[in-house]
Design a protein around this ligand. Structure first.
Ligand code: EPZ
Length: 424
């Protein structure tokens, strides 16, 4: 059983260059399917979710080739199918993007319901409501969504909540809808803007991405082009929190500091010193952190994808903190595992009440999903003794070479092909 072994209490020090954003890359690759010509995508992170998207695209006849470690050549001009297999769709959440891309360009798509992290019910009803509003017939049979449209016609679409996936998916179909489409209460996340910027580069007419109201004027087809994926604010935030919990001194480079404003603000509240440059942030941790209140929210609020990680940090802060999850139904499955490392956390509805300071001590723990795994790594970096993390495949979905990059900052962390003898 592959696992990660950490001997904690090394302060992290040094610089780390941040990769392209997972949640932008997995939206931008399907955009290349909607394109009518070759696309070249740069700054693509080497993570499992991207590999799964490439495998899914190749299964439908898209030509994908690695030009460099982080640059993909994509040619969807001669796609042979608009039907995705259940095995490939189940690998990740972002497979739902093939619905919007193929419905838009081909007016048909057969895509099984997606997989992804278990964060409670994660329906796609807003996506399907949007496709239907654009004129598609939409049926779900045996777990596969079947979409078809004679033609797509612009519509006014209101999202009951600013869903990232629904916003991007509906946008991908609407760029081909005759006339005008209005998406209201749209998600404002940076990767929504990234997807819209790439679509516009290919010839789409999208205005207002990054605000709650997106206006789209349909075009008959898109061309090809090149695009560079934006830096990953969640990867950057994960390393910033790791620096904080080890009282380290780390600079995250090649980022957009504005995308991390709430994370920097919260780390400052705990007493960390944050210095900001044009495309970098430096985090200096302190020995005795202050508690703080976290309420996750849609962008530009505190990102839900850093909620488990900051909960790990607050487990060692001096006092009582409250972490409230407002985006997903269930994003606290990591709490039991953090408590095995010595954290003192009590649940009160959607709020984790965290009491510190606690001396975390190493133990064997299990990653229950991608960001829960990151929280356990962060706690292990602080814990006294050895922490063994199993189910590390979750981490590989969203972090490129996490151990190697943490080792470059001074962490004592390795990946083992089987449990250390002491843990067996
Ligand atoms: C995207 O998930 C990200 N995944 C998530 O990142 C991220 O946490 C989330 O956006 C919020 O920022 C990808 O981009 C691949 P939502 P998504 O639609 O699109 C409900 C990570 O760790 N909802 O914004 O699934 C939904 O249940 C992952 O990198 C509906 O009810 O998120 C949730 O409660 C985890 N019906 C809320 O809206 C719908 O049709 C927000 O979901 C769609 C969503």
């Amino acid at each position: 059983m592959e696992c990660i072994v950490i001997n904690g209490q090394n302060p992290l020090r040094g610089k780390i260059s941040i990769n392209g954003a997972k949640n932008a890359a997995v939206a931008i690759l399907p955009v290349a399917i909607a394109a009518g010509d070759v696309c070249i995508i740069d700054n693509v992170p080497q993570i499992e979710d991207v590999a799964c998207m490439v495998e899914a695209m190749e299964s439908m006849g898209v030509i994908c080739a690695e030009m460099t470690k982080h640059t993909l050549y994509i040619d969807a001009r001669n796609m042979t199918s608009q039907t995705l297999s259940e095995r490939l769709a189940q690998n990740l959440r972002a497979s739902y993007y093939f619905m919007g891309a193929m419905l838009g360009r081909f007016k048909r798509a057969e895509v099984p319901l997606p997989g992804g992290c278990d964060l409670g019910a994660r329906p796609i009803d807003y996506h399907l409501k949007g496709f239907t509003a654009l004129g598609a017939t939409c049926t779900t049979e045996h777990g596969t969504v079947k979409l078809h449209a004679e033609k797509l016609t612009g519509a006014n679409i209101y999202l009951d909540c600013p869903s990232v996936g629904a916003t991007i998916n509906i946008m991908m179909a609407a760029v081909f809808a005759e006339g005008k489409t209005l998406i209201e209460n749209a998600a404002k996340e940076p990767h929504v803007v990234d997807a819209a910027s790439f679509l516009n580069k290919l010839g789409a007419k999208i205005h207002g991405a990054g605000t709650a109201t997106i206006r789209i004027t349909g075009v008959p087809a898109l061309g090809g082009g090149e695009y560079t994926v934006l830096p990953d604010p969640i990867e950057a935030g994960t390393y910033m929190i790791a620096a904080a919990i080890t009282a380290g001194d780390v600079t995250v480079e090649n980022i957009i500091p504005k995308h991390l404003e709430t994370v920097s603000a919260k780390l400052r509240e705990t007493g960390c010193i944050i210095e900001e440059g044009e495309d970098w942030l430096n985090v200096k941790g302190i020995e005795s952190l202050r508690p703080c209140e976290i309420k996750t929210a849609y962008y530009p609020g505190f990102p839900t994808d850093l909620q488990p990680q900051i909960a790990a940090l607050l487990s060692v802060a001096n006092g009582i903190s409250h972490v409230t999850e407002n985006v997903f139904e269930q994003r606290f499955r990591y709490v039991g595992e953090l408590k095995r490392l010595g954290a003192h956390i009590k649940m009160a509805g959607r709020t984790a009440v965290i009491t510190g300071p606690r001396l975390l001590t190493g133990a064997q723990v299990s990653a229950t999903d991608l960001r829960a795994g990151a929280a356990l790594v962060i706690a292990g970096l602080n814990a006294k003794g050895q922490t063994v993390i199993t189910n590390v495949e979750h981490l590989d979905r969203g972090y490129e070479d996490l151990e190697g990059r943490l080792r470059s900052l001074g962490a004592d962390i390795t990946r083992c092909s089987q449990l250390p003898s002491a843990s067996q």
